[in-house]
Design a protein around this ligand. Structure first.
Ligand SMILES: [Zn+2]
Length: 200
């Protein structure tokens, strides 16, 4: 995907909230003085409501990932519509105002776009994949992703163990946060949440 017009370098985390790892990611962001966007799984958010509220209170974005972690191409239009409707209902119950939707694996179906527009959601991709789900260590991830870090980049990380993950924890993602933020600042860019094109 192309570099977006998101100002700064967006830090994004999918597949949470996770009771073990999301608090550690939040701490790492706090220590680094950076804000990020969490593309959450609403059923997990309902289970760990305090984590979503903590993220919002710290100024992070809370946006929609998926109710079911299934490619939209494997769902009917009606099922994708339910993803948006049920997901938004859950996230709004915490006071979040989602404007972004990152479908599982970044896969959209032809019907995803119209449903997103109907619900006021912008489809959010990424430009720099850390592949953190593979279990690489933080220095290796920084090395592989750093050539992609520039103004407008969107970095994909995970604060939960999603389907297909080859690791059993997110410790290396937690370790990556500070190093990545330092790298971004060295380039005189600013770590930021992912901002919707139409503004807040
Ligand atoms: Zn995911």
């Amino acid at each position: 995907m192309d570099v977006t017009d998101t100002p700064g370098v967006a830090l994004t985390f999918d597949d949470g909230p996770d009771p073990v790892w999301t608090p550690r990611v939040l701490d790492a962001l706090d220590r680094a003085g950076a804000r990020a966007t969490f593309f959450v799984i609403p059923p997990l958010a309902l289970e760990h409501e305090g984590l979503v509220r903590a993220a919002l209170e710290a100024g992070h974005g809370v946006e929609l990932h998926c109710v079911r972690h299934v490619r939209h191409t494997e769902l009917s239009p009606r099922e994708v519509e339910a993803e948006a409707r049920e997901g938004l209902r859950a996230l709004r119950s915490f006071g979040a105002e989602p404007r972004l939707w990152r479908p599982p694996w970044g896969v959209v179906a032809p019907w995803t776009w119209g449903i997103a527009a109907e619900y006021g959601l912008e489809i959010a991709g990424w430009t720099a994949d850390t592949h953190d789900w593979r279990g690489d260590d933080a220095p290796a991830m920084l090395r592989s992703v750093s050539p992609l870090i520039r103004q407008g980049a969107v970095v994909l990380m995970h604060d939960g163990i999603g389907p297909g993950a080859l690791r059993d924890g997110c410790a290396e993602t937690v370790a990556l946060v500070g190093e990545l933020v330092a790298h971004i600042e060295k380039l005189e860019c600013e770590p930021s949440p992912y901002r919707a094109r139409r503004g807040a």
